[in-house]
Design a protein around this ligand. Sequence first.
Ligand code: FES
Length: 348
Amino acid sequence: MTQAIELTVTQKRPLTPSSVELTLAVPEELQTNFAFKAGQYLTLIQEIDHAEVRRSYSLCSAPSQNTWKVGIKKVSGGTFSTWAHDVLKEGASLSVLAPQGHFIISPSAEDQQHYLGFAAGSGITPIMGMIQEVMALAPLAKFTLVYANQSPEEAMFLEELELLENNHPDRFKMILFYSRASVQNTRFGRIESGTIKHLFQNELAGVTFDQFLLCGPEQMIQTLKEVLPQFGASADRIHDELFFSSAEGALEVKEGQCALTIVLDGESTVLHIDKNTPVLDAVLKHDLDPPYSCQGGVCSSCIAQVTQGQAQMIKNQILTDSEVAEGLVLTCQALAQSDQLTVDYDQA
Ligand code: FES
């Protein structure tokens, strides 16, 4: 289902001074469409300052709880997160797209795996849903979480996680890192190469993990992907979701105009756009109706084929090198690099 549905915000709960949790009421007749797997996200749509803004937020509840909750951290300069934090009220209605995303687990009663999660900051949100799902549905499975924040005050879901640890002492274990606070029984620092190696050589020594779940900033994920294989993690067992990616430095943002031809639903439209404007933004401004969701290079729903000219992506964690070589682009990330560019949504 790609159509947005109006859902009511039944609860807005502060998690930390800079983050909130929203609970959304999904009417019974829509619950099949809104069924989700632990780790998926919702795309929320809101008109803010006369412009439609879409942002994707991970579901922090577990499917087995039959509730739809998202955690939103206020980002400095973030249009949607600031609005959700400062303006949105309980009882308001939000346009929401059905759950999406491939960073998922599906634990069952037979599951005997030991999951190892690494989360930093709001990267905890999808992993929160995963931990709750494992604890609820997989009594033979275990979960170890390494969770990094600046301080306990900034750590989303800390109380809930401590409660889970108390309720499942043999199955759920948490290792906390704080980079700006010294707290007893926690580690000082960040999730980085040295601290990860130290964990595997000490606290996690001799423990076998089956699945590795990573969610946080780009640098943390890159480091973990380099270090975890040294401790027995094969690439097919490492799963990640990138939060707050940095723009890739290699991209050259060109100045000037481009004649952009958009092929969509069998029709061609020529637009004259600035080369420093992402293709999707330009297309939306011209009242065309391309597929898209997150506008953040995360969901892949905006993929199109470049059939003439060149475009480069600001960031790309989704398309493989060979797909990029074939000319596929995430249009929300694509900037024109040539004076003429043709982007075909129908061929993607
Ligand atoms: S709209 Fe989600 S990746 Fe482009």
